[in-house]
Design a protein around this ligand. Structure first.
Ligand code: SF4
Length: 317
């Protein structure tokens, strides 16, 4: 599939029909067996069905990468853009049609390398959308090149002796941006947590950035394996304003109550390397939202013509 593809609806819009999760699947996802993108897709479909989002009022925007194939698979409007440019497109959609629900999928290379400038500014703009950064620590679609989040020492086609630098931490970077309003981390192999995080992001009125740790059995099969096999290496951040899933209490013994409104604690937790932390690091529902502060009053066609005529009269001889 070439870039800049626009996908349209398969469903006839009908708000009176109750939609099931499978109604939002336009066609089966074409990812490798065991790919974490399948788990993300399932969580997205569950959220769309729970909120009964109408496909003709919902837009999925992506850049380039394995996870950027989402717009082709979800039954909604979609825009499969160019590498790193999902966020400016999504911001434009939100400014032109603020009533639409906008979702963005990006990979780690797409977001934190090619699209890094857009990522920083879109975070500051704080337009109301759910942004899923599926982080498999590698460029997968182009077959195994080092990305900014690749662990130091990991070998790839572009770093045959191993990645030279320490990995960029997307949580720390996002938490450092002025006006950042929602920063969370979850994992494709904890479906209940992934769904609850998506729900919190959807409920948040602003730019909801979720880093989804995503398994890539093809090129980075080992990077999350230890954590997948041993839940004791994971600490859940729990809070009523973040994510708290009682059904996970038995499996994940390490739990920390963290108020997501506390930015200093959020930054300190994002810096620590003793455990992998899943949860909402930061959430502030009262920060300025771009489409609200930049709202331009709607003008009717008649009024526009009248204004134009008035302008022309100034030059009449
Ligand atoms: Fe998934 Fe990796 Fe295969 Fe891409 S290359 S579809 S990320 S498993």
């Amino acid at each position: 599939m070439s870039s800049l593809a626009i996908s349209l609806l398969d469903l006839e819009p009908d708000a009176s029909v109750c939609l099931e999760a499978e109604d939002y699947q336009k066609r089966p996802g074409k990812w490798c067996a065991g790919c974490g993108d399948f788990g993300a897709m399932n969580a997205v479909k569950r959220l769309l069905a729970k909120e009964q989002l109408q496909p003709d009022r919902t837009v999925f925007v992506s850049g380039i990468g394995c996870s950027s194939r989402f717009p082709h698979y979800v039954n909604a409007y979609g825009f499969h853009g160019i590498h790193g440019r999902a966020l400016p497109v999504a911001t434009g959609v939100k400014l032109a049609r603020p009533e639409l629900d906008v979702f963005v999928t990006m990979g780690d290379g797409d977001c934190t390398s090619i699209g890094a400038g857009h990522w920083i500014h879109a975070t500051r703009y704080n337009a109301n959308m759910v942004v899923m950064m599926l982080d498999n620590n590698i460029y997968g679609l182009t077959k195994n090149q080092t990305s900014p989040t690749t662990p130091q020492g990991h070998k790839s086609m572009t770093s045959p002796r191993g990645a030279a630098l320490p990995a960029l931490d997307p949580l720390q970077a996002t938490l450092g941006v002025s006006n950042a309003s929602f920063v969370a981390q979850t994992a494709d192999w904890v479906p209940a947590h992934l769904f609850a995080t998506l729900q919190a992001a959807y409920d948040h009125p602003g730019f909801s950035f979720i880093r989804i740790l995503q398994r890539c059995p093809k090129f980075t099969p080992d990077v999350f394996q230890e954590k997948v096999q041993n839940p004791d290496l994971i600490e859940l951040l729990v809070h009523e304003n973040g994510v708290d899933v009682p059904s996970l209490e038995q499996l994940f013994k390490a739990r920390r109550v963290h108020d997501p409104l506390n930015i200093d604690d959020a930054r300190a937790l994002a810096q620590r390397r003793d455990m992998l932390r899943l949860g909402v690091f930061y959430r502030n529902d009262s920060l300025p939202v771009y489409e609200d502060v930049r709202a331009v009053p709607k003008v009717s066609a008649e009024e526009k013509v009248a204004r134009l005529n008035k302008e022309f009269e100034r030059y009449a001889v």
